[in-house]
Design a protein around this ligand. Structure first.
Ligand code: ADP
Ligand code: AMP
Length: 223
């Protein structure tokens, strides 16, 4: 694999398995997992001023405005552990964010080397999101049926308490999928036209999706 920084985008609707796969891929790739949703939730948890600015959007399942989101993610990407790249999960989510990311990376002499689009039918996504449980301490992701912890309600990795995200309730889930189709799905065409996109069938067992993503990750050439 080339030595240029590996900025890889995991694209896909809520529930496609981006976070699950990023946790598995980050070791292989040797770059950190940067999830915009996790960054926002950290602000909410710490009750920061920024958190108060964005909380309503997140509770409603709406997208946070591009300028706020892009500034937060670019600040994260400027930290030293991202100098060799990052596995981006949940960002970009609009054409505006994608353009801002291209611009910011090119100012640093960097670029996205591949966009991996995880494709999953909507009815499967609803089932996945409503059964998702997340560890309060380490952020590990489970599913009550598809990927259950060994002990009910407890994280296998750190023993932390598992909880259900407020925005994983059925009403908000449907709305988030609508937002995805309206505002985020145009990115598929955006990256396809630039020859950067690889589509992966995400409606398969976690290990199989992982295997296909690993095979598709390549930073050689301009894609
Ligand atoms: P995203 O980050 O794209 O929103 P997650 O990685 O959080 O999605 O996965 C959503 C839910 O689906 C979680 O409960 C996770 O355990 C489950 N999940 C992820 N990948 C699969 C898969 N391939 N098959 C079944 N369930 C999955
Ligand atoms: P996620 O954890 O990726 O499902 O994101 C949770 C919520 O955070 C979303 O429903 C949005 O409200 C907000 N969010 C996360 N990433 C973005 C983004 N790139 N642009 C705008 N809002 C975002």
């Amino acid at each position: 694999m080339s030595s240029e920084p590996k900025f890889i985008v995991l694209l896909g609707p809520p529930g496609a398995g981006k976070g699950t796969q990023a946790a598995l891929l980050q070791e292989t790739l040797g770059v950190p997992h940067v999830a915009s949703g996790d960054l926002f939730r950290e602000h909410l948890l710490n009750k920061t001023k920024f958190g108060r600015q964005v909380v309503t959007y997140i509770e409603r399942g709406e997208l946070v405005p591009d300028d706020l989101t892009t500034a937060m993610v670019m600040e994260r990407l400027s930290q030293s552990d991202c100098q060799h790249g990052a596995l981006l999960d949940g960002f970009p989510r609009t054409i505006g964010q994608a353009m801002a990311l291209d611009q910011a990376l090119s100012e640093r002499g960097q670029r996205i080397c591949r966009v991996l689009s995880i494709v999953v039918p909507d009815e499967v996504l609803v089932e996945r999101l409503s059964g998702r449980r997340v560890c309060r301490s380490c952020g590990a992701v489970y599913h009550v049926i598809f990927n259950p912890p060994h002990q009910d309600g407890r994280c296998d990795r750190c023993g932390g308490e598992l909880y259900q995200r407020d925005d994983d309730r059925p009403g908000t889930v449907r709305y988030r999928l609508k937002v995805y189709w309206e505002q985020t799905s145009p990115l598929i065409e955006y990256y396809k036209q630039r020859g950067m996109l690889t589509e992966i069938n995400g409606d398969q067992p976690i290990e199989k999706v992982e295997e296909e993503l690993k095979a598709a990750v390549t930073c050689d050439g301009r894609g």
